[in-house]
Ligand binder design. Sequence first.
Ligand code: NAD
Length: 258
Amino acid sequence: MNTGLDAKVVVITGGASGQGLAATELFAAEGAKVIVADWNEAGAQAQAKALQDKGADAIAVGVDVADESAVKGMIDAAVSRFGRLDVLFNNAGVGFSSTNRFKMANVVETPVADWDAIIAINLKGPALGCKFALPVMAEQGAGVIINNASINGLVALSGADAYTASKGGVVALTRVMAADWGPKGIRVNCICPGGVDTPMINQALVDDAARAAAGAGNPLRRIAQPSEIASVAVFLASDAASYVNGVIIPVDGGATAI
Ligand SMILES: NC(=O)c1ccc[n+]([C@@H]2O[C@H](COP(=O)([O-])OP(=O)(O)OC[C@H]3O[C@@H](n4cnc5c(N)ncnc54)[C@H](O)[C@@H]3O)[C@@H](O)[C@H]2O)c1
């Protein structure tokens, strides 16, 4: 498949870890110029260096996706370094965690500060990315936005109310932006992963039994590897998906089919 991604400029938030990191690898392998954006700036720098060492054109940007001026700086950095912006993968997210900051909790038990932070990062974050990316793409007459939501934007994750609500918001935001920006040549789509083997859930998957249990609820009987989500992002960004717009794609081993 010719993806048409050679020399395309791709911003990936949350690019220092997990699915975002896998996406930086796959887009770079397609010849794309990659902006590794993360609030873990050292991790973003390390990943940009790793890509450069493989011959890719990559830079790192430290960004909190919930911070308007930092997100503007991220998009400005892409345009000033590479002259254009072709793809924004809004991937950074928090809240699907049983032990870390922003612990999963129901609406009664969620501290208001956590509610605000999870919504700010998971929902406002993608909106801010689009706020600054869409005008650049509209000026070019082309561009692709990919949002990373979750199957919990489609079905409830009991006891993770802010996370579930934030991801439902990302699904709805995808649809309205696809409707509004399609006429400008911009496609907006959304990936809804099931369980993925990344640091976000790994602290809960302490042994093989926990890992097997996490995958047991879907027909493939396993959780995904990060590259299995990143490859869908590459497809959505590619010329092969040139008529795909406004879709919400579960990438969940069939979990939401049953
Ligand atoms: N792992 C799963 O099972 C799973 C399932 C469905 C959806 N998701 C979603 O996939 C996306 C990627 O998660 P992952 O599994 O790769 O997790 P991860 O924790 O490995 O990676 C998330 C990355 O986002 C960065 N990040 C978090 N908040 C940020 C912020 N405010 N600004 C900038 N960067 C920030 C982190 O530093 C990290 O590098 C998230 O949106 C997550 O909600 C994950």
